[in-house]
Design a protein around this ligand. Structure first.
Ligand code: NAD
Ligand code: DAU
Length: 349
């Protein structure tokens, strides 16, 4: 029996992870701590809200007092930290919250885990922790920076982030590493490529393009549309995290990706043709400042050492994802209208 603290569980990947964990590990307790920012949507978890193994707590990971009280109340043995400001474009217009949430919030969680898991909490030299505890940091391939036409990201590469978002994630990775090196805290980190799938907030490329196609709005392609991302279905990412928290070596970093490099314009054309609209909807717009040209993940370490591999082909994953957004128009409409926030704001005042 494990008690897993999932932070940011009301977001895209965190909510998919909670669904997976409750299904795959029916003897685990899941505590979801989420501040319900604009990106947090409890509609993603409606089908599990009455599951006795699931608890939701509205809290900010930067709030040390509340996070400490949550550790006091529940026998948490695993932390999976998804909570973050995650959208690159927002980090360009308003960087500060990316630094406070992504860096300081991670440090607050690390401190709480250290204080509650250490066998001799007052001894600063002690490196002994309760059995089986682990702090898992959900990071991103963007910490490595951008690639040219060739090469792939490997775990041993120096970090070279280019946006306020990716530099805040890289900073958090280094703080996580420091808590392992200095205090002996059992940690692991995954760095995943771009995810797609159900419950992705419609400001990100794939759900934005699907929604705009369905409503006959222009499809804003940044620059020449030839930037390359390495796409992975969200369920495969969640399976990879589940693999690492159970089998991954403490102190290690694992890249996660499915060898699916696609130029943005290819994705946009695929969505247009699947939905049956015209390419006249494509509108090339000003490029994102500091736009990373290409990402590509070398997944050798996680596939060979831990036996994880993606289940979805890109074709099948995209087919199902587009079908999901077609079947769940109300989910998107509630976000676009803002009603998703009003409803839960009332409930968690
Ligand atoms: P998201 O923006 O959909 O969700 C983030 C969640 O964190 C939201 O529910 C939000 O309410 C919550 N949150 C934000 N600030 C908080 C705070 N201060 N305290 C508590 N909760 C807070 O993000 P996502 O796309 O699901 O990404 C989740 C994690 O995975 C992030 O750490 C991101 O860096 C990482 N990641 C994302 C991708 C991707 O393609 N989306 C790929 C690799 C890694
Ligand atoms: O690589 C992992 C990262 O992937 C995660 O760490 C981030 O949290 C996640 O947001 C994502 O970052 P990207 O910047 O790659 O994702 P986004 O969906 O914003 O953009 C994907 C690509 O599409 C990127 O090259 C920018 C481009 N784009 C995006 C939008 C929103 C457009 O051309 N037009 C758009 O309207």
């Amino acid at each position: 029996m494990k008690t897993v603290l999932v932070t940011g569980g009301a977001g895209f990947i965190g909510s998919n992870f909670i669904h997976l964990m409750l299904k795959k590990h029916p003897d685990y307790k899941i505590i979801n701590v989420d501040a319900l920012t604009y990106a947090g949507n409890l509609e993603n978890l409606k089908s599990v809200e009455n599951n006795p193994n699931y608890t939701f707590i509205k809290a900010d990971i930067r709030d040390a007092g509340t996070i400490g009280a949550i550790f006091d109340k529940y026998p948490i043995d695993t932390v999976v930290n998804f909570a973050a400001e995650s959208h690159v474009d927002r980090s360009i217009t308003d960087p500060q919250i990316f630094l406070t949430t992504n860096i300081l919030g991670t440090q607050v969680l690390l401190d709480a885990a250290k204080a509650h898991w250490k066998l001799a909490p007052d001894d600063k030299y002690s490196r002994d922790y309760k059995d089986g505890v682990r702090f898992h940091q959900v990071s991103t391939d963007e910490v490595y920076g951008a690639l040219g036409k060739t090469g792939m990201f490997v775990e041993t590469m120096p970090l070279s982030p280019n946006s306020p978002y990716s530099s805040s994630k890289a900073s958090a990775d280094l703080i996580v590493r420091a808590y392992h090196e200095t205090f002996g805290l059992p940690v692991s980190t995954t760095r995943c490529s771009n995810n797609y799938g159900p419950y992705q907030f419609p400001e990100k490329l794939i759900p934005l393009m699907i929604n705009n196609c369905l409503t006959d709005k222009a499809l804003p392609v940044y620059g020449d549309g030839m930037q390359i991302r390495d796409w992975l279905h969200v369920e495969d990412h969640c399976e990879a995290i589940d693999t690492v928290i159970h089998k991954g070596k403490v102190g290690e970093v694992y890249n996660v990706g499915g060898n699916n490099e696609k130029a943005n314009i290819e994705i946009v054309r695929l969505i247009i043709s699947t939905i049956g609209k015209s390419e006249d909807l494509i509108k090339y717009v000003k490029d994102r400042p500091g736009h990373d040209r290409r990402y590509a993940i070398d997944n050798t370490k996680i596939t060979t050492q831990l036996g994880w591999k993606p289940k979805y082909t890109f074709e099948q994953g995209m087919k199902e994802t587009i079908a999901w957004y077609l079947d769940n128009r109300k989910w998107v409409d509630n976000i676009v209208s803002g009603s998703y926030q009003k409803y839960y704001a009332e409930m968690y005042k």
